[in-house]
Design a protein around this ligand. Sequence first.
Ligand code: BTN
Length: 344
Amino acid sequence: MDRKQEVLRQLRETGSYVSGQQLCETLGVSRTAVWKIIKKLKEDGYPIEAVTNKGYRLLSVEGKDLFNKEELERRLQTRWAGRPLIFSEETGSTNADIFRLSEQDYPQGTLAVTSKQTAGKGRRGRTWISPPDVNVYMSILLRPDFKPETAPMLTLVMALAVHRACEELYGKGAGDAEPCRFGIKWPNDIVVSARDGSWRKICGILTEMRMEEKEIRDIVIGIGINVNQAEFPEEIRETAGSLALALGHPVSRADLTAEVWKYFEEYYEVFEQARSLSPLREDYERALVNRGKKVRVLDPESPYEGVALGINEEGELLVKPDDGSEVRQVGTGEVSVRGVMGYV
Ligand code: BTN
């Protein structure tokens, strides 16, 4: 445990004043060092009161969206997903960070989390707009020993985990609050039912793979979740949303992050054993908002419309074309699928 964590632990445990002297003795550092640690904690958002002759006291953190390494590690219940956890206030792209860490031999499960990205990457070469201090941007390192063709399915595994985390935390309605409904727009966008009845995208997932010879060298799954963002740029205003906008109140990014990795670890292990989505298919289809809905498959050669039926065990979308022809299997990454009436 580092010094900052130790001071926090003592303040939390005591629930009252801890003298500067006591902190100096238990940490084996000078008064100035203790003062510097307290200053850092305050900068991280912890409300700490300092009273002469009494010492330091942690005031209530309830309702505060504290998002830092300490808060994340305190909540993480996993065995390998998120271990180690590398937190930064700001970075270019957490996907790029993970590739760099992989080159330094960091293990499977290494997680990069940040509060702001300056070069966030989206799917299809787009930018992922990543404003500071409101959202979650994170990426995990995987080094699976399965075939490269299996890799795109991981995106669906991740989508399932984010969806489940949202359902568990915000889908049941706490107190008098109305529960929110969540869904997955194939293959991997998480959507929430907004107050105006539309589905809004709150999470995007970008999986990137590097190969060595014909084998997987490493895989990064990056997730961007719009948590407490209140406004969106013009170009995505119609389709994007955030958890806070849907729920009507801000939420804790640290709680959500820990919940995501809890379910990812669970689902990943099921997937790894089966090497297919078959054991997860039912859960995925239950969350699939396109199911039974009219979709437009934007195949550049010959776009068509049909009804989405579900997925197969490889994660391909099954679409029954309107022209009565046989059910088609739409692969992830091949084409885009849009709702006929709008985004879903
Ligand atoms: C999408 O376009 O829907 C996927 C967006 C993925 C964004 C996340 S944010 C964390 C990670 N780092 C990146 O640069 N991109 C992913």
